[in-house]
Design a protein around this ligand. Structure first.
Ligand SMILES: [Zn+2]
Length: 145
C-alpha cells in the first residue's frame, strides 16, 4: 500500500500518521519520542491522548488468517476413496494381522485392531511401514525383535 508523501520521516515534535484507538482511525499525531527511526510515543491531535505509535495495519494483521478450516475434511474423503480403490485391487489376498513383530512387504493387506484394514504402501528403511487405512495413512513399526 503506497502512501502519499504527506509526512516526512518522523522526528520528535513532528507530525506522523498513526492509529488512534480512541478516535478509531489513522490521524495526524505529534511524535513525542522515537525508537530508532520509528516513533515510540505519539500524541493524537484529535483527542490529545498520548499513546504508543501504531499503524492501522498493525491492528488488522491478526484477523487475516482465518480461511483454512474446511480443507482437512476433503483429504479424508480422498484417502477413503483411494483406500477403497486399493482394497478392491487386493480382493482375495490373505490378510495379515498387524503386530509390530511381524514383517510386512509392500502391498501386504493388514488387519489392524485399531485402524482396520490397511495396505502397505511403502516399506521404509527405518523399520517402519507406511500403511493406507480408510482414515488416512499411518506410519507403523514392523519387524521388531
Ligand atoms: Zn485520538
Amino acid at each position: 500500500m503506497a502512501e502519499l508523501p504527506l509526512y516526512n520521516a518522523p522526528i520528535v515534535g513532528g507530525d506522523v500518521l498513526a492509529y488512534c484507538s480512541k478516535c478509531q482511525g489513522e490521524f495526524s499525531h505529534i511524535v513525542v519520542s522515537m525508537i530508532g527511526k520509528r516513533p515510540a510515543k505519539v500524541v493524537c491531535k484529535m483527542c490529545k491522548g498520548q499513546h504508543n505509535f501504531k499503524r492501522a495495519s498493525d491492528t488488522r494483521a491478526k484477523s487475516v488468517t482465518k480461511s483454512s478450516t474446511s480443507a482437512p475434511r476433503k483429504t479424508v474423503v480422498l484417502a477413503a476413496d483411494y483406500w477403497e480403490e486399493q482394497i478392491a485391487k487386493k480382493k482375495g489376498k490373505p490378510m495379515k494381522a498387524y503386530s509390530p513383530k511381524q514383517v510386512f512387504l509392500k502391498d501386504d493387506v493388514i488387519d489392524h485392531s485399531a485402524f482396520g484394514v490397511g495396505i502397505v504402501e511403502e516399506v521404509k528403511l527405518s523399520g517402519k511401514i507406511l500403511v493406507i487405512f480408510r482414515g488416512g495413512e499411518k506410519l507403523l513399526v514392523h519387524s521388531m525383535n
